[in-house]
Write a protein that binds this ligand. Structure first.
Ligand SMILES: O=C1O[C@H](COP(=O)(O)O)[C@@H](O)[C@H](O)[C@H]1O
Length: 238
């Protein structure tokens, strides 16, 4: 695991997007594609600021959602809605709507999850997803994607994508990648900043409490934590 501590939020965004650009360009060179999973919340904001500054062939990017809130795209809680508003079609970036693999609208959470699992599976050999990179956030309770502490979904080892209809953080209905997908990724990257994350960063990285974010351990990939010095304040040597 690599823990990168930065001076501030701007540097979190710079380090994060440099790492994405490097991984994307290596993947495109090797395989002709870059399969990326993105999160909502603060990670989405980081990407909306940082991605327009990188040099890459966005045509080769296929972007999935690590989790998505089941609300209409024009609802402020929609993660795709955020990317649509802030990145797609922006004059300074060549990302298009067709780069994003969207979650089906107007169906039940279970149907949306099965449909998304199929959309993911069909992109990978043997229907076995190995994303080039997953970009993850961590909530103040230690959740990542829509995998919440104590929720049975964290134990799901069968499905690729699962539905949740009782999310403790609104909105209640969501779909989420499971650890079966997350821990097969070639790179998992947490990025965060601010003192409100500091206690949880310590509980995960130092105390190794059994929380969803602690369970992100790619079996044959790399794990990165990019945190600013406020979020890292309870780590040793900070
Ligand atoms: O609800 C969610 O929360 C997490 C963490 O969000 P943050 O704003 O605290 O970074 C996010 O990663 C996830 O995608 C989202 O659905």
């Amino acid at each position: 695991m690599s823990i990168i501590v930065t001076q501030d939020r701007d540097e979190v965004i710079t380090k994060l997007t440099q790492l994405i650009a490097h991984t994307a360009n290596v993947s495109i060179e090797k395989n002709g594609t870059f399969y990326l999973g993105v999160s909502g919340g603060s990670v989405a904001t980081f990407l909306s600021i940082g991605l327009p500054k990188i040099t890459t062939d966005f045509e080769k990017w296929k972007i999935f959602f690590c989790d998505e809130r089941l609300v209409p795209v024009d609802n402020p809680d929609s993660t795709f809605g955020f990317y649509k508003k802030h990145l797609i079609g922006a004059s300074n970036i060549a990302l298009k709507e067709s780069n994003f693999v969207q979650v089906l609208q107007g169906v039940t959470a279970t149907e949306a999850a099965s449909d998304y699992a199929r959309k993911i599976a069909e992109c990978f050999p043997n229907n076995d997803p190995k994303f080039d990179m997953l970009l993850l956030g961590m909530g103040p309770d230690g959740h990542t994607c829509s995998l919440f502490p104590g929720h049975p979904l964290s134990e799901d080892t069968t499905r690729l994508v699962a539905a949740i209809t009782d999310s403790p953080k609104p909105p209640a209905e969501r779909i989420t990648m499971t650890f079966r997908v997350i821990n097969k990724a070639k790179n998992c990257v947490f990025a965060m900043c601010g003192k409100e994350k500091a206690d949880m960063v310590k509980r995960i990285l130092v105390d190794k409490e059994d929380l969803p974010s602690t369970r992100v351990k790619p079996t044959s990939g790399e794990l990165f934590w990019i945190v600013d010095k406020e979020a890292a304040q309870f780590l040793d040597n900070n």
